[in-house]
Design a protein around this ligand. Sequence first.
Ligand code: SAH
Ligand code: SF4
Length: 349
Amino acid sequence: MILDRAEIIGLLTTTDESEIRVLRTRAETTCLKVFGSDVHLRGIIEFSNYCRQDCLYCGLRRSNIGQPRYRMGLSEIVDAAEKAASLGFKTIVLQSGEDLYYSVSDIARLIETIKSRLDVAVTLSLGQRDKAAYRSWAAAGADRYLLRHETSNPVLYAYLHPGHSLDERIDHLHMLREAGFQIGAGNMVGLPGQTVDDIAGDLLLMKQLEVDMAGIGPFVPNPCTPLANSNGGTLDLVLREMAILRVLMPDVMIPATTALDTLDLHGRELALRWGANVMMPNVTPTKYRRMYTLYPGKTSVDEDPKQSADCMRLRVRSCGRSIATGYGHSPRYLRNKQLPGAQTWEAKQ
Ligand code: SAH
Ligand code: SF4
């Protein structure tokens, strides 16, 4: 469905309860029509909390010198991936701060090892590197890359990311797509100074980029950052943005983001009812979890991978939804791959 900026702003701001109900129902129906009741589970391994960036909102920013840091060794990461695969996950997400300790070839070897030993898709979420790195990791077998655009307002982007620009971020998303990845963008809701017009811009940007995945979550103020005293995002606005995206892009993969659980005990269940079709249980070894503090109030920090997996399955089923058994590639990607002459990286080789 095509919605223009004014219509999107209308849906983000309306106080008419029946209009809001129609939006939610439409998002849920669209999701069920495209994906059935299946929810894809991705096991996420947060393998390093070192970061060279200084994003104003994030607890892992390099200026947060009080933050204890950790790095998992490569074989330790493979062990965690094996554990996740044995728990039934068909996608492993490797996430970290922007940590140059791991060389391009370290990460490539890690991907090759995981892909050769396990029957899983691999998603990377390692921040910005360069084109050669992206190509090398795609060639090693990684399938997807998450790099949120964070906000589509260029002035706000530059304020939040000292030394960086929104244009540069978008260039990286293009590089990732050219390298052959399914790409995931996304934004935070409730950033200081952010307007509903900005959120409409986030939605239109993701539509324009034809993203495969979209991570939409609340900004949760972190007391150890310069944005400690900001307000943060509301559940209502995050859910509305997700629902509008589902209507705009019926077959995009939308995770019920972990940060939603900091706003409501059942935040992620609600997201499933507002258009989300992916959950990302944490399979990081328990001893590291408390140190991966992007934002405060993170849940499940005392669980082990099996407990997190079981809990997530229960939560999905409690919404009347089922657990998908496939890899969960994006329909957009699969469609393009099958088109003769499609401009995918594989087609160009
Ligand atoms: N370093 C990588 C991956 C880890 S950060 C990267 O930046 O892409 C993953 C995501 O956490 C970021 O994209 C950001 O949107 C989110 N995040 C960071 N701090 C947050 C906060 N205070 N509240 C909500 N989300 C936050
Ligand atoms: Fe680093 Fe990612 Fe946090 Fe920015 S959001 S400081 S890149 S971990």
